[in-house]
Write a protein that binds this ligand. Structure first.
Ligand code: SER
Length: 586
């Protein structure tokens, strides 16, 4: 079964059960600076899991594009991917355990025709907060799952939360016997021939950052099923990269290298995985370009690692191999994600430019490498870090080149230098790489509102064709990217600040309105990615100076914001400027 058919079957099935199909949110979260990428289908839905009514109702389903960085080191094996698609269905305070389990069971056994004998289940054994989940276990039994195929596991396995804080709850997980060997009668969750295919989380709690847990307004269901893994099962493959999803790209790669898959599979999987992820990141609405921070750094790292493995396979890296592979992925996914075709030229340019940059770096770096390490048996941490920091030499590359010369690298020393550097520059906070939830603290809420005021002020000072290109908020500052092709003069910056501060002083009301998307646009409301919004949208209106489509949260009156000050104005990418600004109490 092609992945496009699985997605279609899934969405149609849940639609027939009263779920509204919502579009995938962008890969880069629009209002959650605590994560670099969406890592699960539930992430863009957090406000609704916390009780805010969703404009589409209480039953939703979608296919969400996700990127998980925690698995980066596992890429190269048969089952891990940096980018993947997650099928999800949600009940926002509507159905709970019994229906959720029934829906999953019927989809697997009746729509996908998976034999019930090949399934096993885990349920939550309970802890001091949540009781043992006998309701779910009983439901599975009623549907025909044998008792010995149901295992109770603790919070290590069957409690789900994104990061350290946020909506959470016990879950029940569905496993499939992925092996040609006979299915054992008794389910042993430690036997890795059983692979998890679907996770139904019963989200009824919220965990605060300080560890306190309280009940959510609603009892919700959040489920997630990985497309890659399910397709592998349906196609009877134990290596995900040998499924139809990758077929065109893999065949293209085999042709480019003229090598067999066997014996070269690790590098081939890395190249395929990383190019696919890079394509999706570069095509995302947020307009990410390779850089040394945040999402841009991940994009750079993925492209560079793919190129490194291409070199390993003796691919001519001055050829357009990366473009050929990118085009395979764009073709494979463009029906589900129109931004791929729309941004094809941008994607191809990003890949090519970064490749050329890396090739130059690599040549220079290799020469320096020779000089720096001459006569040294072990390359010390400082040198390895210098190669990384100044020449963009990934540490794995240093290790690899060292190995070719029978040398070793002081990895601990490197890690130490790396840590020192990170602490010093306090760039992309390490927490961001893990996943987690936006705090939406009072100060972050203020920055959200200040961002709208800034956007409105820029339009007045620079011109109506200024548009938002990106936004990121932390507890310390706001960051705002906007279309503009000149550096702002001191005078312009001052005018923008004065306007924003005047509006703050006027203590304007911030109103939250709900209306059809068309009406919002017709009334001149500002928005970044119109096609990504549902038909009914939330609009925040500040006095009569700003009207924007936005999920919030916002303060009620501007008077609470304090004093607004621009701390930095710089180029972000071609035709896009970036402002950083702070709010202070003075
Ligand atoms: N949030 C859960 C997961 O990512 C279920 O969707 O597995």
């Amino acid at each position: 079964m092609k992945e496009i058919n699985l997605k279609k079957l899934y969405l149609e099935y849940f639609e027939s059960l009263g779920h509204v199909i919502i579009p995938s949110a962008p890969l880069v979260p629009e209002n959650d600076p605590s994560v670099l990428f969406n890592t699960a289908g539930m992430q863009p839905l957090i406000p609704y899991l916390m009780g805010e009514p969703h404009p589409f109702g209480k039953r939703l389903c979608d296919v969400q594009k996700c990127v998980r960085l925690t698995d980066l080191d596992s890429i190269g094996d048969k089952t891990h991917h940096t980018f993947f698609e997650m099928l999800g269905n949600w009940s926002l305070g509507d159905y709970f355990k019994n229906e959720s389990i029934l829906y999953s069971f019927n989809f697997l056994t009746k729509v996908l025709n998976i034999p019930i004998e090949k399934l096993a289940i885990t349920v939550f054994a309970g802890d001091n907060l949540i009781p043992k989940d006998e309701v779910s276990a009983k439901r599975w039994e009623q549907l025909g799952i044998k008792k010995e195929r149901i295992a109770y596991l603790g919070s290590e396995d069957n409690f789900w939360i994104a990061g350290d804080s946020g909506p959470c709850g016990g879950d029940t997980e569905i496993f499939y016997w992925r092996s040609p060997e006979e299915v054992p009668k008794i389910f042993d969750p430690k036997d890795d021939r059983w692979v998890e295919i679907w996770n139904n989380v019963f989200m009824e709690y919220f965990k605060e950052k300080n560890g306190q847990v309280h009940e959510l307004k609603n009892k919700n269901v959040d489920t997630g099923m990985g497309v890659e893994r399910t397709i592998a099962i349906l196609e009877g493959k134990t290596d995900n990269y040998l499924t139809s999803i990758w077929q065109n790209a893999l065949n293209t790669l085999l042709k480019i290298t003229n090598l067999p898959y066997e014996g070269n599979e690790v590098s081939m999987r890395i190249i395929l995985d990383h190019i696919r992820t890079a394509v999706f990141i570069a095509a995302d609405e947020a307009g990410i370009k390779p850089s040394n921070t945040d999402q841009g750094y991940i994009l750079r790292r993925l492209i560079r690692r793919a190129i490194r493995h291409a070199r390993k396979l003796n691919i001519d890296i001055n050829s357009d191999f990366e473009q050929q592979l990118a085009i395979c992925f764009i073709k494979e996914y463009q029906d589900t994600y129109p931004e791929l075709a729309k941004n094809q030229n941008i994607v191809l340019e990003v890949l090519k430019n970064e490749k050329e940059k890396f090739n130059k770096t690599l040549e220079k770096g290799l020469k320096v490498f020779e000089k720096l390490t001459f006569n040294n048996q072990q390359i010390d941490g400082e040198t390895a870090f210098h190669l990384y920091d100044t020449y963009g030499f990934p540490i794995e590359l240093t290790v690899e080149v060292a190995k070719e010369q029978n040398r070793t690298v002081d990895l601990e020393g490197f890690a130490q230098k790396f840590k020192e550097h990170q602490e010093k520059s306090r760039t992309a906070s390490s927490g961001k790489f893990k996943g987690g939830l936006s705090g939406n603290s009072i100060i972050e809420t203020k920055y959200h509102t200040a961002t709208h005021l800034l956007n409105a002020a820029l339009k007045k000072v620079i011109g109506e064709d200024v548009h938002q290109k990106g936004s990121n908020i932390t507890t310390e500052r706001l960051r705002f990217d906007f279309s503009c092709n000149h550096k702002l003069s001191e005078e312009e910056k001052k005018q923008v600040e004065n306007l924003v501060n005047n509006w703050i002083k006027q203590d304007l009301p911030v109103e939250k309105l709900t209306m059809p998307k068309e009406e919002a646009i017709a009334s001149g409301a500002e928005c970044m990615f119109i096609e990504k919004y549902p038909d009914i949208v939330t609009v925040y209106q500040i006095g009569d100076i700003s009207k924007e489509l936005c999920g919030g949260p916002h303060v009620e009156k501007t008077g609470t914001l304090g004093t607004f000050k621009i701390t930095k104005e710089e180029a972000s990418s071609s035709g896009v400027r970036r402002i950083k600004a702070i709010l202070s109490e003075e």
